[in-house]
Ligand binder design. Structure first.
Ligand code: PEP
Ligand code: MN
Length: 357
């Protein structure tokens, strides 16, 4: 009989039909160090060994996998305590700008980058995206740029962002890249902290954000890194943040590497059903960085909704040619945004709320 209190977390499959007494003693000693127990499951030919206990530390598995008489270790328990679809948080709902994610299409829109020398463009964009149907306003204050001589953003833009929020009543989303920016953004009242694609694998930043948002009613928009492979890598990054106590993490596919010839990145809205199968976290797709060109953005946005996305994060500008950062290339105008939102809502109505599996 299995022990009542502990679940099976892993299964050990030995190379031979069963472990020798000496091997079983060695394996038992290792799992005991990590607070787990071994339960043999004896078959007529083969015996396998269940590890009982809540052990998600890779070290125990690495040590067992290093034994030359072990064939493999199969994971039974999810590596995500909080973000897993089967966790107690599965019924948790994230609310931003009056929208409960999952119940209706959620739209974040606004400029890639706020131009501190031309704040009026941002104020006009803010009013226009609200009019087009957006629920939250995005605006880049600090920018991750591949060229060190490109405009890196400006802390002054934070005031412009918050002024636009006051004028429109929309909550705002901005990327933070370090702890200083994180503090400034939270103190100013930013509601959605964006983790950019370049930082989605920066575990110390993810931990700092997790710590900082633990006691606050804010959300984190976690972009998918260009270099993330397995879906679990993306959900684990969300788990880093949630592990400090605030589970309001929104997953944002935004195109990945290698790029698809002609697009800025490899569009990855198609991973939405895979994410939904594993995690309860809402999925808000960024079609703008995915395809990288304004004329391709509406199709990518609709594809995302067809795949089951809960929302969209779109770069929009009242006058893209006067924009900075990505705006001249990939920002859509407010009328295109309004048309896209209307079509996306129709598609949503045909599709229904995303439930996952
Ligand atoms: C952005 O949102 O403007 C941005 C830089 O996004 P990403 O991190 O996805 O490249
Ligand atoms: Mn951008």
């Amino acid at each position: 009989m299995f022990h009542d209190a502990a679940d099976v977390s892993f299964m050990i499959l030995p190379q031979a039909n069963r472990l020798t007494p000496a091997q079983l003693a060695e394996v038992t000693a290792i799992v005991t160090e990590f607070g787990c127990n071994i339960q043999p499951i004896v078959g007529t030919v083969r015996t396998i060994y269940a590890i009982l206990g809540d052990e998600r530390d890779e070290l125990m598995i690495n040590r067992l996998e290093g034994l030359d008489y072990i064939d493999r270790i199969d994971r039974i328990q999810s590596p995500f305590k909080l973000m897993d679809r089967r966790s107690d948080l599965a019924s948790h709902r994230i609310v931003v700008g009056g929208v409960t994610l999952g119940r209706e299409l959620f739209v974040i829109a606004g400029q890639c980058t706020i131009d501190p020398r031309n704040p009026n463009y941002f104020y006009e964009t803010a009013a226009a995206v609200k009019e087009a149907g957006a629920h939250a306003l995005r605006g880049g204050v600090w920018k991750p740029r591949s060229n060190p001589y490109s405009f890196q953003g400006d802390t002054k833009s934070l005031d412009i962002l918050m002024e636009a929020s006051r004028r429109t009543g929309l909550p705002v989303d901005a990327e933070v890249m370090d702890e200083e920016q994180l503090k400034l953004a939270l103190d100013a009242g930013v509601t959605v902290l964006q983790v950019g694609a370049r930082n989605a694998l920066n575990y110390s930043l993810l931990r700092a954000i997790g710590r900082a948002v633990a006691e606050r009613d804010v959300a984190v928009l976690l972009k998918r890194s260009l270099h993330m492979g397995p879906i679990s890598e993306f959900i684990s990054a969300a788990e880093y943040i949630a592990s400090f106590g605030n589970p309001n993490v929104i997953l944002c596919p935004r195109g990945t590497a290698p790029t698809l010839d002609g697009y800025r990145n490899h569009p990855d809205e198609s991973i939405t059903p895979l994410l939904k199968e594993k995690t309860w976290a809402p999925v808000v797709v960024d079609p703008s960085h995915s395809v990288g060109k304004a004329s391709y953005v509406p199709a990518c946005a609709l594809a995302a909704v067809a795949y089951g996305a809960d929302g969209l994060c779109v770069e929009a500008h009242v006058s893209p040619s006067h924009g900075i950062g990505d705006d001249p290339k990939q920002a859509v105008t407010p009328d295109v945004l309004a048309g896209m939102i209307a079509q996306a809502r129709q598609l949503w109505a045909m599709r229904g709320p995303s439930k996952g599996k």
